[in-house]
Design a protein around this ligand. Sequence first.
Ligand SMILES: C[S@@+](CC[C@H](N)C(=O)[O-])C[C@H]1O[C@@H](n2cnc3c(N)ncnc32)[C@H](O)[C@@H]1O
Length: 165
Amino acid sequence: MEQAESTDGFMTPSELNWLYDHACGQSVEIGSYKGRSATAIGLKLKVAGGQLTCIDLWGWDWVYDEFQENMKRSKLKVHIMRMNSIDAAKSFKEQSLDFIFIDSSHEYEDTVAEIKAWLPRLKSGSLLCGHDYLHPDYPGVEQAANELCPGYENPVDSIWTYKKP
Ligand SMILES: C[S@@+](CC[C@H](N)C(=O)[O-])C[C@H]1O[C@@H](n2cnc3c(N)ncnc32)[C@H](O)[C@@H]1O
């Protein structure tokens, strides 16, 4: 986990540990930035088996370059989709994913659109989770989770998580 903690980004060490403990199988991360959370998820899948797909617009080439460099540094082979998360969802079959982590725009409309696009891709009994729950700048995350993910939990710091029925 030292590799994840030494990667620039926004997740706390406790959140990185939570991702490491819960990621499994076919996993998708929406919003990878420089790869801090992707490193935690990727390291887990490397030992437990599985595949991580990282989706991000990477609007700046230098951030994308740093992301790729960080994956190389941690010897992680991830599948990269440099595109809008809603378009990316169309590439995945329904009920095909084991773990989805959303850490992208955090605006209400975007979060609603992402949950609606991605939840059908998740297997029943698997976790959809996200970041920046209760962040003062992003009230839309809580609003979207309240509306679309009944019974979701806040297991650590700013992570919200919902087990698909
Ligand atoms: C908060 S950062 C992600 C932080 C990262 N998880 C970490 O551990 O440091 C948010 C990222 O979401 C990406 N993003 C925002 N809206 C997006 C969208 N609609 N589709 C894909 N990526 C998006 C941005 O490009 C940005 O890199």
